[in-house]
Design a protein around this ligand. Structure first.
Ligand SMILES: C[S@@+](CC[C@H](N)C(=O)[O-])C[C@H]1O[C@@H](n2cnc3c(N)ncnc32)[C@H](O)[C@@H]1O
Length: 208
């Protein structure tokens, strides 16, 4: 928690949260891993794992033969994750089936293919064009029928609007437009997770 808060103060733009996600949210975002429509072995990508709060939900649902890529932009978080693979039994079990890529998602090779993406990115902090290009990247690297799973804090944009500048309001409205379009077209399930600070919507999208 302390490590997480340190990064919140250093780089709020990229971290965009006040606390690591709960186990309940981690489980909600990993749910599609239980149905396994693609057979037994899954290639999984987590974007923005931070200290690994959502990673625990993935590990609970990983099966032998699955592979996990953790794509994290922040070098300090990467060091924390590396340490967890050495010291935390929940992580150590999957060490040989996981890799950490220290880079922005934008730089992940476009040829790689994944069955399940968990995105922990704070879309509401980014310009709408960045949100759009990241969602397009997800679409590009997912196998047909693969799922992208992400969360949004409940009413976060409504809470931000009254306290921000005109330019910031415009950016938030543009982000909302992009997300609403994707959600309207591709969302296949949504779950309200109250046991999280703050409560969040866990969304699953399939690009068809
Ligand atoms: C809201 S935090 C989520 C952390 C963790 N997944 C959780 O739910 O507690 C966002 C994370 O995304 C990372 N991040 C932000 N922009 C990124 C990018 N373009 N590529 C990869 N990671 C990014 C941040 O460094 C941070 O770890």
């Amino acid at each position: 928690m302390l490590n997480f808060l340190r990064q919140v103060f250093r780089d709020y733009h990229h971290v965009g949260a006040i606390a690591p996600s709960s186990r309940a949210l981690a489980r909600a975002l990993a749910k599609p891993l239980q149905s396994r429509p693609h057979g037994t072995q899954m290639n999984i990508l987590e974007v923005g794992p931070g200290t690994g709060a959502l990673t625990r939900g993935i590990f609970e649902n990983m099966k032998p033969g699955d592979r996990l890529t953790l794509c994290e932009i922040n070098e300090d978080f990467v060091r924390i994750l590396q340490n967890r693979f050495e010291t935390d039994p929940e992580f150590a079990v999957w060490k040989n089936h996981s890799r950490i890529v220290c880079a922005p998602i934008e730089d992940l090779p476009a040829e790689e293919r994944y069955h399940h993406i968990v995105s922990g990115l704070p879309f509401n902090n980014f310009p709408a064009a960045t949100v759009c290009s990241i969602l397009d990247k997800y679409r590009q690297i997912l196998v047909e029928g693969g799922t992208v799973n992400f969360f949004e804090y409940v009413a976060i944009r409504h809470m931000k609007r009254p306290i921000c500048s005109k330019a910031e309001k415009q950016r938030i409205d543009e982000v909302e437009k992009v997300l609403s379009e994707y959600i309207g077209r591709y969302q296949v399930s949504v779950q309200l997770v109250l046991l999280n600070i703050p409560p969040a919507w866990a969304r699953t999208l399939i690009f068809r």
